[in-house]
Design a binder for this molecule. Structure first.
Ligand code: THU
Length: 145
């Protein structure tokens, strides 16, 4: 793994500290690397009315989109574990977060790599398509106009 990717994984693990997960006690951190090298982090934020909470990945990507508009996202790393301890298995993003990754990859017009961090193994996928086959892309035609 490159030094850049290792740094992104470490940022995702560190971002777990920002998790607010009193209900599930499953803490997740995510770190997004922008095309200019900036790292933007996020963590899951739960809510008493559970659908109102948000995953770490979307928290990170939406923060990146809102605070660095127009700067493409190149990579995202995800780490998570019960009660703040990174799990042995790589932390795998949910389907909704994968769909949001697909949107930002489409906007970037370049692959966004997905890195799933675990204490015993870490997996890197070169592009969102590798973790979300047959991506919904009806918007794509408009974007290419
Ligand atoms: N969670 C994430 O932050 N990312 C995912 O991809 C899957 C799940 C969060 C949501 C919830 O706060 C907790 O993990 C347990 O589901």
């Amino acid at each position: 793994m490159s030094a850049e990717d290792r740094e992104l994984c470490e940022a995702a693990v560190k971002a777990m500290e920002g998790s607010y997960a009193p209900y599930s006690k499953y803490n997740v951190g995510a770190a997004v690397r922008l095309a200019d090298g900036t790292i933007v982090v996020g963590a899951n934020q739960e809510n008493a009315a559970s659908p109102s909470g948000l995953c770490a990945e979307r928290t990170a990507m939406f923060t990146a989109g809102a605070s660095h508009p127009g700067t493409p996202m190149r990579s995202i790393a995800i780490a998570g574990g019960y009660k703040g301890v990174p799990g042995d298995e790589p932390c795998s993003p949910c389907g909704a977060c994968r769909q949001v990754m697909a949107e930002y990859q489409m906007l970037a017009k370049a692959p966004m790599s997905v890195i799933m961090v675990g204490a015993k193994a870490t997996w890197k996928f070169a592009k969102v398509d590798d973790v979300l086959p047959y991506i919904f892309d009806s918007f794509k035609a408009d974007m290419e106009d």
